[in-house]
Design a protein around this ligand. Sequence first.
Ligand code: GLU
Length: 378
Amino acid sequence: MSPLKIRKNIVKNVKRIVIKIGSGVLTNGKDKIDETIIKKIVLQTSLLVKKGCEVLIVSSGSIAAGKTELGIKKALTDIPSKQAAAAVGQSHLIGYYEKYFKKEKQKTAQVLLTHDDLSNRCRHLNARNALMTLLSFHVIPVINENDMVAVHEIKFGDNDTLSALVAHLVDADLLVILSHVGGLFTGDPAKDKKATLIPFAEKITPDLQKIAGKSSSPGSVGGMSTKVKAAKIAADSGISTIIVNGTINDIITKVFKGENIGTIFLPSQDKLARRKHWIAHTLKIKGKLILDNGAKKAIMKMGKSLLPSGIAAVTGNFDSGDAVDCVDSKENEFCRGLVNYNSRDLKKIIGKHTSKIEEILGFKFYDEVIHRDNLVIL
Ligand code: GLU
């Protein structure tokens, strides 16, 4: 089947959609939210809802709206100022959505989340239940990061990641990212005239992620790199992602007509089970283990757990039960998992046989540092 046919089939059959709108789109590259852009997005979204789709919106823009309200022109750099601006701006932002959705006879709800909410298993399920209930009430959730309380450790950092985690949370069929850049290019279109659009990405490979890292995105928090990372989170959950230029007229309508616009990322063939997806993409990574080639082979080729003998070095401070990255000697990351030992104890037993664990630490919880059930190949 041709890529265009695949795309048309995907958009034709979707029911639950997450649409992420970046600050750069809402401000159209300027320093103030353009209300008419929200109005246009709302009109197109309402058409989808009237056709029977369920839509969740992840919208940035609270900081931009707050800056306008506070009369601040310069870029805010410190976290408390951003938090204050977000607190002022969030009500204005939600006000715009409410005003225009109301005209279309649609109800909205404000949902503010932090990374901590989704990495805590219990709060994760609470958020899922609440969002599902909103959808069953035919309400359109308008979601943003709860910037007021989100300091570095509990921040998603960017709404691209948040949108993908929301798509996973509600089992969406499609994630649409409205960006200031029209998709993934072979280079940075702002600097490289020869850069061409990649319209169709069947698989999100490390090479593709590297290409995205080269692209800048003015007015955007995360740039193209976090957008492709978001597409990977969605793909691992069995969800397609389309990244398009959100400033194009009728862009949402065009996407759902199946027009060949922006970049579409297909879902992974091997969708991760919910728990493994949570380990791989929702938890904050607290440390890194550098593994030798034998351990890498045992994990990748033989489906084994990770034992202390295969670990060459440990970085970071973590507790048992935390998520860590595993890299090879060339620092290529290849798996992620929950550790059974904290970093202090682990440093004492790396390179050692499991029979020595008790002798060294004075106790032994497990032979495995990461059990296979808690390990995800990336
Ligand atoms: N939450 C921030 C805001 O609403 C933006 C974060 C982002 O765009 O990634 O202003």
